[in-house]
Design a protein around this ligand. Structure first.
Ligand SMILES: Cc1cc2nc3c(=O)[nH]c(=O)nc-3n(C[C@H](O)[C@H](O)[C@H](O)COP(=O)(O)OP(=O)(O)OC[C@H]3O[C@@H](n4cnc5c(N)ncnc54)[C@H](O)[C@@H]3O)c2cc1C
Length: 555
């Protein structure tokens, strides 16, 4: 795009009228996570010059957050590049030398580094016993068989039985239980151990899905998520390096940090003859989260020269600044949309989009890193998994608040120790993760140590010397970790979430004003970094396409 002046010959549609007056479309991107940065970068690369990214917190990266402790870097958010061939994050990381050297053999194992390749998972019971390896292997094979069945409902359009309630958790628990009970070879004691292991496996899977429980994940839509082939890689220097690479091409003035948006006023041109007249809200207005970085209380900025023009969208910030724009790309998480959509958009979102926001799911998955002076686990052990024997007959993964720690499914040993030190990485999800977030570090470290002592049967395990953990659920700018297809939702809801506003057949007669990106808007790759990045590029491409003719006429 060389010049953005539109010629007098251009069609007299709303798009060209606006451009004739201002020369460049103004695009505001809300959020500087991967989706927002990818959108801004793509627009800038195509010659858009009036692009602003508003980020609520004091840093870029969103749900990518690498924290340096000593020599090591720990990921509070995204860790793995899921799949390689065709994964834009993988290609970016590889092109910039961020990945470790790996052999073909290592790649074929799947996960590169972070967890020991040769070690085994130690399944431990709350009575301090290790479950024999052959029992673990038999159970694992059985569970994986049933897991593969869960994929078939979507892939082959299999009807879902009434008793499974269209839920991955209900189906899996029942199916695995029946197979264990029907096995004529297993003694009763082994059957009970295997029955108890079901809950542990379902906890791990809930953490991976970021749902409260797999009972809430839709069976018929479970196969929507598409795996990119290839190994799963980590970035030893930190996932934030990918974010930094994306941000490299974006001039510093484009990104405004500590700039939470309060409301997107859209459809302005049709509802107002002139620019917006938004009253700054007084401090007594508690309809909105005043989270970190909020600067509130400032007067609205001075009227711009072009304020008397008809701007289709006006972005109102928490600090009361109002920024008129032609287009806004919203990248905030599904959790933020669930909590705030009613006050975040004026006029409110169409009923169809609101219903999609309600139906789709997002839960909290948190990590707990514990650093020990010395390893108390053997070199052969790559994880400690907690199996509660009294949960063999449980039909739920919900615990009273005081038993929140029962949702911790186990701890992985970070590998190699030369890079990470002696560090265990634990996972917890759902409502219990939110309870954990409210506890202080000392209390969490204490409870984790008690659990490790109980399950290993070693009362001498010392307390960790350091603890680091995430808190994605209570953070007002995330309200959860990543999205999933909840029971009652489908991939069609993801499409509805992604649909730009206003709803119209032609972007010429009624140009897109509010566009939606972010991981939850990617039908195949939701919940991932590559899904987020691609969704940002997708929305930028809509705008680039929309202006293509006009820009060409102006050259
Ligand atoms: C614990 C955890 C583990 C994960 N593991 C992996 C993994 O291994 N591999 C993988 O590929 N993915 C993983 N993910 C998912 C991945 O991190 C996300 O899918 C991706 O980073 C989301 O990017 P996004 O741009 O869509 O959203 P975000 O990163 O959430 O960006 C949105 C931005 O909007 C900002 N914002 C919110 N409200 C406002 C407002 N009112 N005004 C202005 N700005 C606002 C937020 O601060 C945020 O920076 C993980 C996520 C978590 C939390």
């Amino acid at each position: 795009m060389q010049s953005c002046e539109s010629s007098g010959d251009s069609a007299d549609d709303p798009l060209s009228r606006g451009l004739r007056r201002r020369g460049q479309p103004r695009v505001v991107v809300i959020g500087a996570g991967l989706a927002g940065l990818a959108a801004a970068k793509a627009l800038l690369e195509q010659g858009f010059t009036d692009v602003t990214v508003l980020e609520a917190s004091s840093r870029i990266g969103g749900r990518v957050q690498s924290v340096k402790l000593g020599h090591a870097t720990f990921e509070l958010g995204a860790t793995w590049i899921h799949g390689s061939h065709g994964n834009p994050i993988y290609h970016l990381a590889e092109a910039n030398g961020l990945l470790e050297e790996t052999t073909d053999g290592e790649r074929s194992v799947g996960r590169i580094s972070l967890y020991s390749k040769n070690g085994v998972a130690c399944y431990l019971t709350n009575r301090g016993c290790r479950i024999p390896k052959d029992v673990v292997e038999e159970f694992s094979d059985l569970y994986n068989e049933v897991y593969n069945l869960t994929q078939e409902f979507f892939r082959h359009g299999k009807p879902v039985n009434a008793e499974s309630q269209n839920s991955v958790g209900v189906f899996t628990r029942e199916e695995v239980r029946n197979r264990i009970r029907d096995d004529p070879d297993d003694p009763e004691a082994t059957k009970r151990l295997k029955l108890a292991m079901i809950q542990q496996y379902l906890k791990v899977e809930s953490c991976e899905s970021s749902s409260h429980s797999m009972d809430e994940v839709s069976l018929s839509a479970f196969g929507e998520w598409t795996e990119i082939p290839g190994a799963h890689h980590v970035i030893p220097s930190g996932f934030m390096r990918v974010v930094e690479l994306l941000a490299e091409g974006i001039p510093a003035h484009v990104i405004q940090l500590g700039k939470p948006v309060r409301c997107v006023h859209w459809d302005q041109a049709s509802s107002r003859p002139r620019g917006p007249e938004i009253e700054p809200r007084d401090e007594g207005d508690h309809n909105h989260d005043a989270g970190e970085g909020s600067q509130g209380g400032e007067e609205p900025r001075e009227e711009r020269q072009d304020e008397d023009e008809q701007w289709p969208v006006v972005v109102e910030c928490e600090d009361c600044e109002v920024i008129p724009a032609d287009h806004v790309i919203v990248t905030v998480s599904l959790g933020v949309l669930k909590r705030q959509h009613a006050s975040f958009f004026q006029p409110g979102l169409p009923a169809e989009k609101v219903a999609a926001i309600h139906r789709l799911g997002i839960g909290t998955t948190d990590k707990i890193f514990l650093e020990f002076e010395e390893p108390f686990w053997g070199p052969e052990c790559n994880s400690l998994r907690f199996v509660w024997e009294d949960e063999a007959e449980s039909c739920t993964l919900t615990y009273p608040p005081e038993l929140w720690y029962r949702k911790i499914c186990g701890f992985d040993v970070l590998y190699p120790p030369e890079r990470y030190g002696h560090v265990l990485s634990g996972w917890i999800c759902g409502e219990e993760a939110l309870v954990m977030e409210k506890c202080d570090d000392e209390a969490v470290a204490e409870i984790c140590t008690e659990m490790l002592r109980q399950f290993t049967g070693n009362p001498n395990i010392p307390k960790p010397r350091r603890i680091l953990r995430s808190a994605w659920g209570s953070n007002p700018y995330f309200r959860g970790s990543y999205s999933y297809t909840q029971v009652g939702s489908s991939g069609a809801d993801v499409e509805k979430l992604a649909k730009p506003l206003p709803y119209t057949e032609s972007s010429k007669t009624a140009p897109m004003q509010v566009l939606f990106s972010g991981e939850a808007t990617h039908r195949k790759y939701y919940s991932t970094t590559h899904g987020a990045l691609l969704s940002g590029q997708r929305e930028a491409a809509r705008l680039i396409e929309m202006y293509r003719d006009l820009f060409q006429q102006g050259t």
